[in-house]
Design a protein around this ligand. Structure first.
Ligand code: PEP
Ligand code: MN
Length: 355
């Protein structure tokens, strides 16, 4: 079965945004039931309840999940509160146990997606299943690896697929726990428009304050929904306490989301006018850049004839200074203009080098 040919129509049974909520980890039957009851009673539209049964932890000797006993709790939640259920699987044993317990949605975690052997093992254990399988992005920003995991699943006849963007790991200190990359998200959508995409703001943020903003950004770029860690008493959670929210806060977050559609028919004319202007400016930008490169090429010729080094730090300093000043005067982000000029300068050097 080819990935491009899959319809993945499973997503259409759910209202948008499609929300999966529940604790990072299943801890006890009481914690699971209390969280499920809270989400139900908040009246938020949450069709799927999640809980990690087996937890991939960075260091050993911590809480690594309650194991198969938690699958019984998920079953109970399905019966008592009518949720569909979801959990992470990381090897063939997990898959067998989750299928046996009739979990509805299985996901492959970020630490598993990086490993083709693991993904292949999981895919083979899932052979021919009609369950929904969601693939989190690998921890590193590698689109091919992410798509490769989906191809392995499709190769085993798993046809109800989706992906979860949970951000990418970095050693740098940022405001995120795992940095989101909306460009990769869009590249993904361009290559595989039929695969539903969901955001996991909890593992992107690592805290509670950023969740609503990241979820909204994802919806703005056309995401179908979100998986949000929710716990009856977040501060007491056994894993990822800092990023979990109560069912009440979850309901408020969902209520405040603004839905956008990709259907522009209602204001087609106005949009059309703006887009014509944008395209026209784009053509001018390209024409100007081409003229700039031609001059740069002439300068390159002069440097070569006179044996002068291509890179002239003094000149580059002058350019960055006027670019920054102009950006500032025109009310644009200086950082953005710096990036643009860096790219132009790199290309210039490339052109001069090739003379
Ligand atoms: C999780 O969803 O609980 C989890 C472990 O996430 P990730 O695989 O994105 O780290
Ligand atoms: Mn977690």
């Amino acid at each position: 079965m080819k990935l491009q040919d899959l319809e993945n129509s499973w997503i259409h049974q759910f209202a948008k945004p499609f929300i999966i909520a529940g604790p990072c980890s299943a801890e006890s039957e009481a914690q699971m039931l209390e969280t499920a009851r809270g989400i139900r009673e908040s009246n938020a539209n949450v069709p799927v309840f999640r809980a990690g049964i087996w937890k991939p932890r960075t260091k050993p000797n911590g809480f690594e999940g309650v194991g198969v006993i938690g699958l019984g709790w998920l079953k109970k939640i399905k019966e008592e509160y009518g949720f569909l259920t979801a959990t992470e699987v990381a090897n063939a044993h997990h898959v067998a146990a989750a299928l046996e317990a009739n979990v509805d949605i299985l996901w492959i975690g970020a630490r598993s997606t990086v490993n083709p052997f693991t993904v292949q093992e999981i895919a083979e254990a899932l052979k021919g299943t009609d369950k929904v399988v969601l693939v989190k992005n690998p921890v590193n920003p590698d689109l091919a690896l992410w798509i490769g995991a989906l191809e392995r699943l499709a190769g085993q006849g798993v046809t109800n697929l989706g992906v979860i963007h949970r951000g990418f790991s970095t050693y740098q200190k940022t405001k995120y726990r795992n940095v989101p990359n909306w460009q990769i998200a869009l590249d993904f959508k361009n290559q595989l428009p039929n695969i539903p995409v969901i955001v996991d703001p909890s593992h992107i943020c690592g805290n509670r304050t950023g969740l609503a903003g990241v979820t909204q950004e994802a919806l703005n770029v056309g995401y179908d929904g979100a998986m949000i860690e929710t716990h009856c008493t977040p501060d007491e959670a056994w894993s990822d306490a800092a990023q979990q929210i109560t069912p009440q806060v979850l309901a408020e977050l969902i209520a405040n989301l603004e839905l956008r559609t990709s259907d522009i028919s209602a204001f087609d004319d106005e949009m059309g006018r703006h887009r014509t202007l944008i395209s026209d400016l784009d053509f001018q930008l390209i024409e100007l850049l081409s003229q700039r490169m031609k001059i740069s090429e002439r300068i390159g010729g002069l440097k070569k004839e006179n044996s002068i080094a291509i890179f002239q730090p003094q000149r580059w300093k002058v350019i960055t200074e006027y670019a920054q000043q102009k950006a500032d005067e025109s009310g644009m982000s200086v950082e953005f203009i710096e990036k643009v000029f860096k790219a132009i300068h790199e290309e210039s050097i490339e052109v001069q080098n090739s003379i």
